[in-house]
Design a protein around this ligand. Structure first.
Ligand SMILES: O=C1O[C@H](COP(=O)(O)O)[C@@H](O)[C@H](O)[C@H]1O
Length: 314
């Protein structure tokens, strides 16, 4: 079956001549962070606010498999650590395979990737191995201010030497339903040709790394609280025409695809996300009221990158 999600539009072709990276001095990792495993020891020496206590940390994380949680003093520190995490994974997987499959969201996540396109990371990554996908996309032209592709292109893709054909954006000439089907067909082809790994457990595509933000309402990708799309169990890519957050027409990976991933990094900064994070990491909501972000449970590893403001209610 024909599909058209590959990099074929004129603005995508400009990726073949990416602008030279803006280099800026490397900011050393001076942030205070701690992983859940070592939270108790790290907290003793940290100056995390008083209410971020030993007891609450244990309650939030220890009994449940919530992944590896890192809290940074500033979003700048978060961005540096995220760059190192991504570059390290890229280097590891690029040595093992010919492709490193990376899925990104739109929104604030893209800004938090800025250190990856600076020294030393930009030079350490084998960008030719990267295959870039979107966990969700707004169904608008690629030059529209709401386009997740445009944001990624402007802030990230235009600064790295990635082959244009390795960037898998949606076909913006189609309806939401058509674009979702087209994107799914494209991904099925890439699974068949073994560019994307397939989960042995579920048969869903198993991306190497998903880098995602969350919304203040606890949405991930374009899976919004209370929306039937969150329940999708069969489709790989679904469409939505009534997104509560504009624009209304979007496509999104389904939850089973998200959860088949080998690595998921949830990147959350700012006080506006603090309540959704508290609900997620403490599981305080009842079962009728589960936020999409609470349903993130990858086959592989889950890592959280939070700044102090986002973690302020934990
Ligand atoms: O609409 C969207 O929102 C979420 C969250 O965005 P943020 O700016 O609050 O971080 C984003 O992850 C998703 O890709 C996007 O389409």
């Amino acid at each position: 079956m024909a599909f058209s999600c590959r990099a074929v539009s004129s603005n995508l072709r400009t990726l073949q001549n990416p602008s030279s990276p803006q280099s800026s001095p490397y900011t050393p990792l001076t942030s205070r962070f701690f992983s859940v495993k070592h939270a108790f020891t790290s907290l003793r020496s940290s100056s995390i606010p008083q209410k971020f206590t030993k007891a609450s940390m244990a309650e939030i994380t220890a009994p449940r498999n919530k992944g590896n949680l890192k809290v940074f003093d500033t979003e700048e520190d978060l961005a540096v650590s995220l760059a190192k995490y991504t570059a390290d994974l890229s280097n590891k997987i690029s040595q093992e395979r010919d492709s490193f499959t990376v899925v990104i969201s739109g929104g604030s996540l893209v800004k938090s990737l800025r250190k990856l396109v600076e020294a030393p990371y930009i030079d350490s990554v084998d960008w030719s191995k990267w295959r870039v996908f979107w966990v969700d996309e707004r169904v608008v032209p690629k030059d529209h201010p709401d386009s997740n592709y445009l944001l990624a292109y402007t802030e990230f893709l235009s600064k790295i030497p990635i082959p244009a054909g390795n960037v898998y954006s949606i076909n913006d000439a189609l309806s939401a339903e058509g674009a979702a089907d087209d994107y799914e067909t494209c991904i099925k082809h890439l699974v068949k040709t073994q560019i994307i790994v397939q989960s042995k457990a579920t048969g869903f595509p198993k991306f190497d790394l998903m880098l995602m933000g969350i919304g203040p309402d606890g949405h991930i990708a374009s899976l919004f609280p209370g929306h039937p799309l969150v329940q999708e169990k069969e489709k790989w890519v679904c469409s939505i025409k009534d997104s509560p957050k504009p624009p209304p027409e979007r496509i999104s990976f389904s939850l089973p695809v998200i959860n088949a991933s080998t690595n998921i990094a949830l990147v959350v900064a700012g006080a506006g996300k603090a309540t959704a994070l508290r609900t997620t990491l403490s599981d305080e909501s009842n079962t009728d009221d589960v936020l999409p972000v609470q349903l993130v449970a990858p086959e592989g590893e889950l890592s959280w990158f939070l700044d102090k403001e986002a973690a302020s209610k934990l």
